[in-house]
Design a protein. Sequence first.
Length: 359
Amino acid sequence: MKKHEKHPKLNRPNIGSWGRNEFALVGAPCELINQIAGEIIPALSGKYKIAFIDADHTVSESLKDSNITRLQDKISFFNISKKSLSDFDKRALLNDCDIILVNGNHFAAEKQIVLINQKKEESLKKRESQLTDIIAVLQTDETPVFDWLKIGNVPVLTKEKTDELATIIEKNMKLVPLKGLVLVGGKSSRMGQNKSEIVYHEGVSQKDFLYKTLTYAGLEAYLSVAVSQDQEKEIPDAFLDMGPYGAILSAFKKDPNTAWLVLACDMPLIGKDEIDLLIQNRNTSKIATACHNPETNFPDPLFTIWEPKAYPVLLQFLSQGYSCPRKVLINSDTELVQLPNPGVLKNVNTPEELEGFKK
């Protein structure tokens, strides 16, 4: 008898309590942890967005019993105060961050940097169960590594080499693969025929041409379709009647741990050179990497690399009644690429445009 499943199985993002790349600094007084975090952050902040999670030991008495959420606009710095935050709230607030450093004396994280300090041995030992993935050990004083600490072959640094922690953190960040998605599920109502089957290149349908071009660019490619024909490399729409927006969300539903290079089938001038250029300019710290279209003066959402952090943002826009991927790009932190020949972003959507293109 088949076991009853109450909820459908979903592929979940590979993130911890705080985010995709979270690291706890644990084992030293809080003042020292703050100092070490202050040395690590400048070495990484030019390339990544970083958050530091700590506990406030001096919370105002007026806020302790407050049941309201406070949002303070300090001109260039927003401060949000909320009575409590669930793991879901934390991940949503920190979705934009690439690296999250955590004061491990108060909070746990997926990976740990253990600080050896004579004053905090007993405190560290109480947290031994949280030391699940140690990536480095830093001796903050003359105390040797504790005999009971199981560290394997991780690097052991002295306090003079704190600067090496930034490199170690970067090496331990989770890699985000990139896959390709050709949008072929549209109704082609303006064209009067299936746009994905139109032949522009050497007897090959546009659908097959783009699929092969993405694979030649080194990507695992998929076709976004309205209804699956049980083909292995098809992703059917899971968000119906939403056009490209639903197609992008459907790709993330299938694999929320990858970035997706989305390419519409009605752009016949896009080739491997343009795809290579977009990949070379990919900025994983942004929500997306898109090409600027001077004709519209906006980013083009249908020749864009969408990073995993875009998934919750797309859902958030949808919850507020918006299903325009361009609007998401305009109102988010997007990397813009200037193409040498932006005319390649030309769409062909009607018989007249098709005839003009062929001429």
